[in-house]
Design a binder for this molecule. Structure first.
Ligand SMILES: Nc1ncnc2c1ncn2[C@@H]1O[C@H](COP(=O)(O)OP(=O)(O)OP(=O)(O)O)[C@@H](O)[C@H]1O
Length: 310
């Protein structure tokens, strides 16, 4: 059997994102190591303006490291980063008025009260939406008079989000922004985020393990694996094109069938399981008949995709 007789449309034909849109972020050959551990291995990434991008990757894949490097918060060992078309060499500068960042943990200024902290932060920004701040404090039940050190982890995360959104950033970067939020707050947050950021020219990049949030956001999915971004594609497009294909036969499989367009395959007892891009169903059925196997073709959930690909 040859690869081509089972399926067509190899990965190289994957339609790309709209690259005509100006890139907010252009990363080339990014390298980053901690001592001998190389975390980012010549990573290339282009994020067009106006997208909501979910950064997926396993624990330790390097998501936090990447986000920190992008914003100049962590020095890089090689490659280049352009933010809004200019080289990113260090944090700060005028450009930072256009960027909001929500770190994974927020433990600054524990002695400050919420209101004082927000007023203090507002002074650094050219734009600051005080009306939005008051509305979010109210809706997210944050007490302006409470000290930050007395807030729960989830409340701190909400505060960090308010602080990041208030300057009306053009690029919002969030590192697992909803990990500490309860489902209600998560839903409200995602709604708020999308309402604010689904405006022309606004871009959001957020890392998460919660695939339901990516679905709610109808985000583009960027997969970080082996120190590189493997792809960045709209979720709807992934759903449309990827299928989980299961061949089953009693005598099992010595190895998984070789199929063009297969992104991943493994053998599990009687089953050979493949994740295939744009499978040709007639060819798959013919192969199953020849091999005396049954065939099942499923549309994977995003969680399935994450488990298979990450
Ligand atoms: N300051 C540091 N010093 C040494 N090693 C580090 C440092 N920061 C991160 N690492 C290592 O770099 C790798 C990537 O870590 P990173 O936190 O970026 O992963 P992640 O994808 O964000 O993980 P998670 O999903 O668990 O948050 C890990 O192996 C981690 O141990």
């Amino acid at each position: 059997m040859t690869a081509s007789n089972l399926a067509a449309a190899p990965s190289a034909s994957m339609p790309a994102l709209d690259l005509a849109a100006p890139a907010v972020l252009q990363v080339r050959g990014l390298e980053k190591s901690f001592k001998k551990r190389q975390v980012l291995k010549g990573l290339d990434w282009s994020v067009p303006s106006g997208r909501v991008v979910g950064l997926l990757g396993r624990n330790g894949a390097g998501k936090t490291t990447l986000l920190r490097c992008l914003l100049g918060l962590s020095p890089i060992d090689g490659g280049s980063i352009e933010l809004f078309g200019d080289p990113m060499l260090e944090p700060g500068g005028d450009r930072m008025h256009r960027v909001g960042f929500v770190p994974q943990t927020f433990d600054l200024f524990p002695w400050m009260k919420v209101r004082a902290y927000l007023d203090f932060t507002a002074a650094f920004y050219a734009r600051w939406d005080a009306t939005l701040v008051d509305r979010l404090l109210n809706e997210w039940e944050l007490d302006a008079k409470q000290k930050i050190g007395e807030l729960s982890q989830g409340q701190r995360q909400k505060l960090a989000i308010v602080r990041a959104i208030a300057p009306d950033p053009d690029l919002l970067v969030l590192d697992e922004p909803v990990a500490s939020l309860d489902p209600q707050a998560r839903r409200a947050f995602m709604g708020e985020l999308l309402a604010l950021m689904r405006a022309p020219g606004k871009t959001v990049i957020f890392s998460t393990h919660i695939t339901a949030d990516l679905e709610r956001a109808d985000a583009d999915i960027a997969l970080l694996r082996d120190g590189r971004i493997q792809f960045t594609r709209p979720l709807a497009e992934l759903r449309e094109s990827l299928r989980r294909v299961v061949f089953t036969r009693a005598e099992g499989w010595s190895h998984a069938p070789v199929v063009a367009g297969a992104l991943k395959s493994h053998v599990q007892g009687e089953q050979a399981v493949l994740l295939i891009e744009n499978p040709l169903l007639d060819s798959l059925h013919a192969f199953a008949d020849r091999e005396n196997a049954s065939l099942r073709v499923e549309t994977p959930t995003l969680e399935d995709l994450f488990v298979e690909l990450a």
